[in-house]
Design a protein around this ligand. Sequence first.
Ligand SMILES: Cc1cc2ncn([C@H]3O[C@H](COP(=O)(O)O)[C@@H](O)[C@H]3O)c2cc1C
Ligand SMILES: O=C(O)c1cccnc1
Length: 346
Amino acid sequence: MSWIVPDVAPPRSETFRRALQRQAELTKPAGSLGRLEDLAARLAAMQGSGRPSLERVWISVFAADHGVAEEGVSAYPPSVTREMCRVFVAGGAAISVLARQIGAVLEVVDAGIAEPLAGLGVVDARAGSGTANFTRAAAMSEAQRDRALAAGAEAASRARRYGAQLFIGGEMGIANTTSAAALACALVGVGPERLAGPGTGLDGAGVRRKCEVIGTALRLHGEALRDPAEILRRLGGFEIAALTGAYLTAAAASIPVLVDGFIATVAALLAVRMQPACADWFLYAHRSAEPGHRLVLEALGGEPLIDLGMRLGEGSGAAVAVPLLRAACALHNEMVTFTEAGVSGG
Ligand SMILES: Cc1cc2ncn([C@H]3O[C@H](COP(=O)(O)O)[C@@H](O)[C@H]3O)c2cc1C
Ligand SMILES: O=C(O)c1cccnc1
């Protein structure tokens, strides 16, 4: 592949150790803030600062269309991908509302929707006009895959230039739960019945059909599904490749990544298979109601922060979890120690 997987350095272990030490000195019974303590320490280590901060949050939503949509694997028509991009920009989608609420920068990146949306403030980083139907051929060429990975890398670089303290990637692409499930089957080595779910709302018969479609693709591509870059090329989507490139580049730039739901987590798994060192930079926001998410999280050893039965994508689950991470930072930074407060027993 011509897109070069970046080197990724580990977070600062000495900052992590000191942050845990500070947690032990704060005016509370040892360990009583539960996972918030470890989260604050991990953010401190990633940011290389004893006082972690999440004021500057960056969200890139990557959109693209999928050839496999013609197999009838989504409850909604492919035209919705493009239509929702307008709603993201106009400010009325779930992720638009949540980005405003948490004061995040939100950009929408066209990684390859069927027809371009000119002049709407959407970032043009198109790798094609939708992927090919992967039950018949590879979803994309090598050049298209590398262009889509680069589209994500460019988004992470914009986040770095902004001074982002947290990177969130979202996605929009009708039929992308089929692509994500197929990718996860190849990466984890299990059958589609364990990874395919209702997505936008298929019924039982629809999910069975989706499993058959994925089974057909896995048989077609068979032995060629041997490394993550080739698995991505054959079964992926442009927005999933862009997420993968963005996660790798954010980790390389020492920006913590908050991973969203099922599709985003499959992109995180691709990134970790390409560059294992990036795993230390990932936090998992939520457990999606899409049933396959559990298995993909397990493959990553990821412990989600919340489980609200959400199954939307767009980066919405990650945006909802930001206030929790901000609470972890505020407690870490602003609580007093036993010594400072003159409280006994610390
Ligand atoms: C109106 C609407 C808004 C969305 N926002 C995200 N998705 C989500 O649903 C799609 C994946 O589900 P499937 O594989 O079943 O098509 C993706 O676009 C995902 O981001 C949406 C879906 C719809 C219909
Ligand atoms: O978990 C997700 O990201 C998800 C689930 C269903 C549909 N779209 C996205």
